[in-house]
Design a protein around this ligand. Structure first.
Ligand code: GSH
Length: 220
């Protein structure tokens, strides 16, 4: 199998945390052929986005779908909790991360250059994000595990795979927009962020993301 991806993409990083946690060794991670959104790549994945997983000539897009596929195909160790309500919370946290955190965070990427920035649009996005961080914190707490190292239960789940890369983007990107500590008002998230970095698969992916981030910031 091939995972078309980059190390900095939070969506691809979500899949890599899962791949490392399950020690799946027959997936080659490589850049999208022809580049993101290229005609060549669209022959593999029609959206032109990454990640995409190629399985014997068949291509699956969308990180959540890829994670669910890998979970079904490689069931142990399971990244889905046993309890059905806990499973639902895992899916809820993954969805909240995609829709309410990563979506607005991505609106900031075209505004990276301070000399060519639409400050009104940036301020609007930052306000949305502030509201949504509180929402994220609320959903995290509602999972019923308000003090653990992991998002749901006491083990890595697909919720952590989704949340950790999004948190990385948040804490690294927002300071460049003047938000020095994006987690200052969300104490559970702040604790979670501190603790989850001790997980081996998360820590490995966070290092890879940090290298990718350094490269786009001109440091490598
Ligand atoms: N919903 C998609 C989002 C994937 C996505 O937006 N990936 C970004 C890279 S992090 C991308 O490919 N952007 C290129 C584009 O939008 O053309 C998923 O979960 O896989």
């Amino acid at each position: 199998m091939k995972l078309y991806q980059s190390n900095l993409s939070p969506f691809a990083s979500r899949c890599r945390i899962q791949i490392y946690a399950k020690a799946i060794d027959d997936i080659e991670c490589c850049p999208p052929p022809g580049g993101l959104s290229s005609d060549e790549y669209k022959t593999h994945n029609p959206t032109g986005k990454m990640p995409a997983l190629e399985i014997d000539g068949h291509v699956l897009g969308e990180s959540e779908v890829i994670c669910e596929y890998l979970e079904d195909r490689f069931p142990t160790p399971s990244l889905r909790p046993q309890d059905v309500l806990d499973r639902a919370h895992v899916r809820l946290l993954s969805r909240v991360t995609d829709l309410y955190i990563l979506d607005p965070l991505f609106d900031l990427f075209p505004q990276m250059d301070p000399n060519n920035r639409d400050q009104t649009a940036v301020d609007k996005t930052l306000a949305v994000l502030k509201t949504n961080f509180a929402l994220w914190e609320d959903y995290l707490t509602r999972g019923g595990y308000s003090d653990g190292d992991y998002a749901v239960g006491d083990k890595l789940t697909l919720a952590d795979c989704a949340m950790v890369p999004a948190l990385f983007v948040m804490v690294n990107l927002l300071p460049t927009f003047g938000v020095a500590d994006p987690l200052v008002d969300t104490s559970r998230l702040a604790r979670y962020w501190e603790n989850i970095q001790k997980d081996e698969s998360c820590s490995r992916v966070l290092s890879e993301m940090a290298e990718g981030f350094k490269a786009i910031m001109g440091g490598a």
